[in-house]
Design a protein around this ligand. Structure first.
Ligand code: DX5
Ligand code: ZN
Length: 218
């Protein structure tokens, strides 16, 4: 089944817990948490204290997307804050295999993220070690951007790579996904869908989530 992961980047930070409770009430399974350091990406967002403040207040999977340079330094802090899944960018890790093992050593799920221009070859030797691969369908840093069409083919190629190896690895897609293209993204092979502006930018979150879910039932 497809899981929906609203990105809190598009939530109202002055009203964060209320916004998060609303997506929980709408039935979203994951909470996508975009962490940016102003170094790896040209934007700064939030860190472990905010995550910790939300933990325990909603029953959702905390899916932390770390857009930070050399994330190894902070894995323990994010685990202690309550993250259930941590994904790291292959472009931001000097020793990717080590970082994946570091995340898993804390007993939580590990995932890798690829920017739109990064080849699937970069994960050929680690795909068996991860629980999830996140394909960026926009360049990381900001919500509300348009889906980059070339990524559609990449989702299909990743799905084939995972199926050929007989692996149980989730495919998450992040950036520019909404009511109009979720069907195609799911058909291509994704099963965890991030949606920031599509969900938090809508006037009726419940109705939007319902529509996303209907369109994702392919
Ligand atoms: C971008 C973030 C995304 C972003 C998605 O760097 O990783 O999670 O918030 O936002 P939308 O769904 O608005 O493209
Ligand atoms: Zn993200």
């Amino acid at each position: 089944m497809v899981k929906l992961a609203p990105s809190i980047l598009s939530a109202d930070f002055s009203n964060l817990i209320a916004d998060v409770k609303e997506v929980e009430k709408a039935g979203c399974e994951y909470l996508h948490i975009d962490v940016m350091d102003g170094h790896y990406v040209p934007n700064i967002t939030l860190g472990p204290p905010i995550i910790k403040s939300l933990k325990g207040k909603v029953d959702m999977v905390f899916d932390a997307h770390l857009m930070i340079t050399d994330p190894d330094r902070y894995i323990k802090d994010f685990v202690d804050a309550g993250c259930d899944i941590i994904t790291v960018h292959v472009e931001a890790c000097t020793h990717l295999h080590r970082t994946i093992q570091n995340i898993k050593s804390h007993g939580i799920k590990a995932g890798v993220v690829l920017n739109p221009a990064t080849s699937l070859d970069t994960i050929k030797y680690v795909v068996e070690d991860v629980d999830m691969v996140l394909l960026m369908s926009v360049n990381p840093g900001f919500g509300g951007q348009s889906f980059i069409p070339a990524v559609m083919e990449k989702i299909k190629e990743l799905k084939k790579m995972i199926d050929d190896k007989n692996l149980d690895v989730d495919i998450e897609v992040d950036g520019g996904v909404g009511i109009n293209n979720i069907e195609e993204v799911v058909k291509a092979g994704a099963n965890v869908i991030v949606a920031g502006s599509a969900i938090f930018g809508s006037d009726d979150i419940g109705a939007t989530v319902k529509k996303l879910r209907e369109n994702a039932r392919v």
